[in-house]
Design a protein around this ligand. Structure first.
Ligand SMILES: Nc1nc2c(ncn2[C@@H]2O[C@H](COP(=O)(O)OP(=O)(O)OP(=O)(O)O)[C@@H](O)[C@H]2O)c(=O)[nH]1
Ligand SMILES: [Mg+2]
Length: 202
């Protein structure tokens, strides 16, 4: 199977609201994080080439659990609730925070972190915290600057340069658009590599 198609087999597995609901910790996983409404779920759909796979919405706060997608057995993408959404009730927000913190701290299967940022508003506080945390834990980190279709080419290119400079060596940064499909192949290749999809069944 060509690597560009390796994520097409993804299917919804489960939504996790409590740590004990997580699948056994003996797999390879990539977490997709970012501010609410940044475009995480849309990015997953574009990367997996399946429109209705992850639920998307114009209203922030759509993804409300850790949503697991199984690409092939023991290879998962995890769509996280967005951070920074003010309208989520404080009790629920605290619950997510605790769940996500425990997930990042303890999950041995976690290999990589994708931070999805609107190209027009990159590197907000929580994004920087996530990246610091991912690096501190030794995770592979990659930033998708999404909604690139909303900026003229020159401005998008400048944003890419600025973010690359800010995050420094060792963190991948790319332009992305779920709408125009800019950067989809590049993102797929990164995820397929982290999940070692080329070697599955080999
Ligand atoms: N123009 C454009 N719109 C996008 C793109 N990606 C996402 N959107 C839109 O942005 C909104 C939010 O997208 P989602 O994928 O639901 O965002 P999310 O980060 O999963 O949001 P939460 O689950 O609420 O945290 C939707 O209206 C999408 O259609 C993109 O690349 N270009
Ligand atoms: Mg979502």
């Amino acid at each position: 199977m060509p690597i560009s198609n390796a994520l097409r087999t993804a299917r919804y597995l489960k939504s996790v609201h409590e740590l004990h609901q997580l699948p056994p910790d003996d797999s390879r996983e990539v977490a997709i994080a970012g501010r609410s409404n940044a475009g995480k779920s849309s990015a997953i759909n574009a990367i997996c080439d399946q429109n209705g796979l992850a639920r998307t919405s114009k209203t922030p706060g759509r993804t409300q659990q850790l949503v697991y997608f199984e690409v092939v057995p023991q290879r998962f993408l995890v769509d996280l609730p967005g951070y920074g959404y003010a309208k989520v009730p404080p009790g629920l927000r605290d619950h997510w925070r605790g769940l996500i913190e425990a997930f990042f701290r303890t999950r041995a299967s976690l290999q990589g972190l994708v931070v999805v940022m609107d190209v027009r508003h990159p590197l907000r506080d929580f994004d920087l915290q996530m990246l610091d945390y991912g690096r501190a834990r030794g995770l592979a980190c990659h930033c998708l600057l999404t909604k690139a279709d909303k900026l003229p080419r020159g401005q998008a290119a400048r944003a890419l340069q600025d973010v690359r400079k800010a995050v420094g060596e060792g963190v991948g940064v790319q332009l992305f658009s779920a709408t125009s499909h800019q950067g989809v192949e590049e993102a797929r290749a990164v995820l397929a590599g982290w999940l070692e999809l080329g070697s599955v069944g080999a």
